[in-house]
Each structure stands twice: as structure tokens, then as C-alpha cells.
Design a protein around this ligand. Structure first.
Ligand code: CDV
Length: 320
């Protein structure tokens, strides 16, 4: 029997966790923090650095703002723009690619929660718009804080594409997307090898607080990791997940940024809730083992039984 030998395809990846961004903080100051993490990534040999969801501002969906003019101060009309250009310039100079999350306002007036993939030559090679928008669309004053993503953003209209870039097959999603197995599987079916995502996850569930539902804080971190470890393993892909963390205005956001191997094992984990770079040498060749064996989709999937997944949204119980 020949040995299962693989030629390594090493991509050193950095997860650039951010501590809080307060509302008054200017984009220019945030971009300086991103550049500092990028430079640390360069010193540590990174080819790609992943930044969080909505990485240029505070997590503004926590406030109800009746005036759309105020809401739109948190959006970017072009990318790069003047405030973000220094990040693009420095990344190009250092030959590092990056994932960046931001609020996108399109020329024809659409609002999306977006992430871009910029390659190590400074070119935007991929764009993803968040599909699974959590929260609610109306003000709910009884909550300690709002989660108005359904008000401020439209669901993404680009699906879950992947891109051949920087030596691998790259995929992106954003925060709540990581909780849905469909996210990973749609990219898994396109051979994804490195799935990047940023998140802003409050340490408490505001709905559960109002309704006295039992969701202790430790479960927030457990659920953060369990879904991504399962997604990585079941699709045999690397997952790089990066938080904006810490006490942002009056809201505590979890940290727990991590890099997960195609086996589902965590190989790097942030220690704190401040700006912090985690690094791992991700051998993309390791994806092949799972993709060729237990999760060889072509051999083992039974799509004739999966129709409900794409034809039905909610639960329909059998008749009593
Ligand atoms: N930004 C997010 O999508 N946050 C959600 C929270 C609201 C649960 C998340 O899935 O982490």
C-alpha cells in the first residue's frame, strides 16, 4: 500500500482580533490599529491577515437610530476610501493579503454587511455580503441593547463564492453565518480550503435577558467554537475566525478568536479581549485527507434526500 504522502502547501495566517472600538473613535485611528497588527503579522511571516466583521467602526446595530443619515455615517461608499487607503498601501508594500469586514453602501443605495478579500498584490479579489442577518428590524426598547442588523442591512446577494488566491481556495462568511451548516457546505462543495470570518458577538443574549431564558455567558463561547470546529471538520477546511471583543460602549463582546484545522482541532486561540494577533502555519494540503475519505462528497452524499434543505425555510412538523 503506498503511503498517503502530501506536498505541503503552507500559508501562514494571522487572525487580527480587535479590542473594542468606541463610537467616537475615528476610522483613521482604527486603521492605525489594523496596520499595527498587519506589521506584527509581517514580522511573524503571515501571508494573509484576517480582521473582524465591521472592523472600521463600533458595532452600530446595537442602537436604534431613526435617522438614516446618522446610520449611514457608519457605512463606506467606496473601498478603499481615503481613511482605509493606508491599510491597502501598507499591505501591498508588505505583500500581505487580508480579509476586512465593513458596512457597504452601494452607489444605487443598498446597504450590506460586507467582507472583502484583498490578495498579496493589493488587489480586491473577492467580495462577500452577509447572508444570515441576526436580530430584529424594529426598535425593542425593553432590551438592554438592540441588535438591528435586519433593519440596517439587506441579506447578501452574492451567495457563498470561493476564490483561488494566494495558493489556495479561499472562502468568506461573516459572524452569524458561522452558526449555519449550510454556509460551510456550500463552500465545501466548491472545495474551500481556508474559510475566513469576522464576528461581533455580545457576551449576553439580550433577548434571553428580557425573556428570562437560560443562556449563561459561558455558552456563548462554547457555541462560538463548537459550530466552527464542526464546520471545519465536516468540510475538511481550515477556519480562521476573528472577533471584535471587549467592552464596546456599554456592551461586552466575546473574544475567542481562533484558527481551526481541517480535523476540527483548534491550533491557535486568542488569550484576551484586546488587539491581539494569533498566527498559525496552515498547511492547505491537510484538507485533502478529509475531503478524500470520510467527507468525500462525491462518493458519500445522498442528495436525493436533502431536498428540504433548499426548498423549505422553517420547520413543518408532521400532523398529530
Ligand atoms: N454580529 C452577529 O452576527 N452577531 C450574532 C449574535 C447576535 C448572536 C452572532 O451570531 O454572533
Amino acid at each position: 500500500m503506498p503511503a498517503f504522502k502530501l506536498t505541503p502547501r503552507l500559508v501562514t495566517v494571522g487572525g487580527a482580533q480587535l479590542g473594542p472600538i468606541q463610537r467616537a473613535e475615528k476610522r483613521e485611528a482604527v486603521v492605525e490599529r489594523l496596520i499595527a497588527l498587519l506589521r506584527e503579522g509581517h514580522r511573524k511571516g503571515c501571508r494573509i491577515v484576517v480582521f473582524p466583521e465591521l472592523a472600521l467602526t463600533t458595532f452600530f446595530p446595537r442602537w436604534f437610530m431613526p435617522d438614516w443619515k446618522e446610520v449611514e455615517t457608519f457605512f463606506e461608499r467606496e473601498m478603499p476610501n481615503k481613511a482605509v487607503q493606508p491599510l491597502f498601501d501598507e499591505a501591498k508594500r508588505l505583500k500581505i493579503g487580508f480579509y476586512l469586514g465593513y458596512a457597504e453602501l452601494t452607489a444605487d443605495g443598498h446597504h450590506f454587511n460586507t467582507a472583502i478579500l484583498v490578495d498579496d498584490t493589493g488587489k480586491i479579489v473577492g467580495k462577500y455580503r452577509k447572508v444570515h442577518l441576526p436580530g430584529h428590524s424594529e426598535n425593542e426598547p425593553e432590551r438592554p441593547f438592540q441588535h438591528l442588523e435586519k433593519r440596517y442591512f439587506e441579506p447578501g446577494d452574492l451567495g457563498f463564492p470561493v476564490w483561488r488566491s494566494m495558493g489556495g481556495i479561499m472562502g468568506m462568511c461573516i459572524c452569524n453565518d458561522r452558526r449555519w451548516p449550510e454556509t460551510y457546505r456550500v463552500m465545501g462543495l466548491q472545495g474551500v480550503e481556508l474559510l475566513m470570518l469576522g464576528y461581533n458577538t455580545p457576551a449576553i443574549n439580550a433577548w434571553a435577558m428580557v425573556h428570562s431564558a437560560p443562556e449563561p455567558e459561558h455558552l456563548r463561547q462554547f457555541h462560538n467554537h463548537v459550530v466552527m470546529q464542526a464546520g471545519a471538520y465536516q468540510n475538511s477546511t481550515w477556519v480562521v475566525a476573528v472577533a471584535k471583543a471587549g467592552i464596546e460602549e456599554d456592551c461586552s463582546l466575546i473574544g475567542g478568536s481562533c484558527i481551526i484545522a481541517p480535523t476540527g482541532e483548534m491550533v491557535a486561540l486568542a488569550r484576551g479581549v484586546d488587539d491581539e494577533l494569533i498566527v498559525a502555519d496552515c498547511d492547505l494540503a491537510l484538507c485533502k485527507y478529509g475531503k478524500d475519505t470520510i467527507f468525500n462528497f462525491d462518493k458519500h452524499r445522498r442528495i436525493e434526500h436533502y431536498g428540504l434543505i433548499s426548498s423549505q425555510t422553517g420547520v413543518i412538523e408532521p400532523p398529530m
